[in-house]
Write a protein that binds this ligand. Structure first.
Ligand code: DGL
Length: 274
């Protein structure tokens, strides 16, 4: 596997761009391939078998593009499919999960909130995470239906987003949390609004930078870091509507953006969505 090969990154939609920008900041020489699985978004309410099928299909496409590593830039897909991917792929697979351990270290009063999708919060992986790192803490979880779709439409600062966030944050604030985990890669785009509603004293913790550091470590271990002479570029693919996605990604990504359509075999899946 050549060190100048690309890193493949995928999410149900554009949420993973919050991880991609951390990867770009830490590893400016890497070639990046990003897939937004927009046709099948949101993952949060879908069956585990469906998400596993999508994760496998997208990872196979990334392997065809000669990816040297895969980053599952999605908490829901990591919970559903990371172990499966690791069992099937020979290349490094980096996943992500709600930052319970850093939140436990940051909290002063032991009350932590977790905003995430239903899929993540119901997963065995999340339960294992809590029993490992949240012993003795009060963890208040909140599934956030509808937020992902608003971010996908570029409406992260809209009245609809404000209304939903007020509703989802109210029980956490009532419980007195001092730390909130953003357990979905779409939510960092909602940070300004969350801070406005929750107030500046509540710490918001997300995982993008930690994932980028972990990725660098994995690449280093395998002597797969890109040569310093190489200037990194990003290529974007989607299972959804390229024309619709183009301006949404362009708004969030600081370099010129071209969005390409995935080949038909990587778009549809045999399994039904539910
Ligand atoms: N961005 C994803 C996550 O981190 C999934 C959002 C969704 O499609 O429901 O969980």
């Amino acid at each position: 596997m050549p060190a100048n090969a690309p890193i493949g990154v995928f999410d149900s939609g554009i949420g993973g761009l919050s991880v991609l920008r951390e990867i770009r900041a830490l590893l400016p020489h890497e070639q990046l391939i990003y897939i937004a699985d927009s046709r099948h978004m949101p993952y949060g309410s879908k069956a585990q078998a469906f998400i596993q099928a999508r994760a496998l299909t997208l990872s196979e496409f990334l392997c065809q593009q000669q990816a040297k590593a895969i980053v599952v830039a999605c908490n829901t897909a990591t919970a559903a499919a990371a172990e499966l991917l690791r069992g099937r792929m020979t290349l490094p697979v980096v996943g992500m999960e709600p930052a319970v351990k850093p939140a436990a270290a940051a909290s002063r009063n032991g009350h932590i909130g977790v905003l995430a999708t239903e899929g993540t919060l119901k997963s065995a992986r999340f339960a294992a995470l809590l029993s490992r790192f949240a012993d003795g803490l009060a963890v208040h979880t909140q599934p956030c239906h509808g937020l992902v779709e608003l971010v996908e439409r570029g409406q992260e600062d809209s009245p609809a987003a404000r209304m939903l966030l007020k509703r989802y944050l109210a029980p956490l604030l009532h419980a007195g949390v001092d730390t909130i985990i953003l357990g979905c890669t779409h939510y960092p785009f909602l940070k300004p609004l969350i801070t406005e509603i929750a107030g500046p004293d509540i710490a918001l913790i997300d995982t993008g930078a930690a994932v980028a550091r972990h990725l660098r470590h994995r690449l280093e271990q395998q002597a797969l870091l890109a040569p310093q002479a190489q200037q990194g570029q990003a290529a974007f693919w989607t299972s959804g509507d390229t024309a619709q996605l183009q301006p949404v990604i362009a708004r969030l990504w600081p370099e010129p953006v071209v969005v390409q359509a995935l080949p038909p075999a990587a778009i549809s899946d045999q399994l039904s969505a539910q």
